[in-house]
Design a protein around this ligand. Structure first.
Ligand code: MN
Length: 148
């Protein structure tokens, strides 16, 4: 077990924290994303993760019952939440409510890294089916933004 202090060892890397794949390849569409689990506590019932996209990378377009509290830490990009697309940069805060479609995209010339707090026990993300995609794409800005 590690002690209470975990030094940052490198840019957005921490002592005794493994650099993991964002998700298992082939389970969902995403591009150039890494995951680090910084903290998990049964007492709090939460997990704190750090995700980072390389330039041009994106997370999965998904939704789920559990919520996310996101705080941007590094780089810049854009984020879709519901039908809103906003630019994000350190230390913007993004709250993703239950069953709200969301996707993060790094700019083409910058990474994008953020902390994300979630329930330790949570439902699996849902991917959009054809009907949900068609509904999302009715908004031209959303249609242009989303990556699958
Ligand atoms: Mn999510």
């Amino acid at each position: 077990m590690t002690g209470p202090f975990r030094r940052q060892t490198d840019r957005m890397r921490w002592q005794d924290v493994d650099l993991l794949a964002y998700k298992q390849q082939g389970t969902a569409p995403f591009r150039d994303v890494t995951r680090q689990v910084l903290f998990e506590s049964p007492a709090l019932g939460c997990q704190l993760r750090y995700f980072e996209m390389a330039p041009g990378g994106h997370t999965t377009l998904e939704r789920h019952e559990h919520v996310h509290a996101v705080v941007v830490q590094h780089g810049r990009g854009r984020c879709l939440v519901g039908t809103r697309i906003e630019r994000v940069a350190p230390f913007d805060l993004v709250e993703i409510a239950p069953l709200t479609w969301h996707q993060f995209r790094a700019d083409d010339d910058a990474p994008l890294g953020f902390l994300c707090m979630v329930n330790a026990t949570r439902d699996r993300p849902q991917l959009p089916d054809a009907e949900a995609l068609a509904a999302l794409r009715r908004d031209p800005a959303v249609a242009a933004f989303i990556r699958l």
